[in-house]
Design a protein around this ligand. Structure first.
Ligand code: ZN
Length: 53
């Protein structure tokens, strides 16, 4: 199966996982990095990009 970097990037972009409670947050990349987005569960600012293994 062919892999499409663009499609993968689209799927992953804007999806982040809270490091504290593992909830998935969606938001613009820059806002997440800039700390403008808070986890709605625990209020944390620590996110990692959502990725497949
Ligand atoms: Zn959280």
């Amino acid at each position: 199966m062919a892999r499409f970097p663009e499609a993968e990037a689209r799927l992953l972009r804007g999806k982040f996982v809270c490091r504290h409670c593992k909830s998935v947050i969606r938001g613009p990349n820059m806002k997440i990095i800039g700390g403008e987005v808070k986890c709605r569960k625990c209020g944390g600012h620590d996110f990692k990009p959502k990725r497949k293994k």
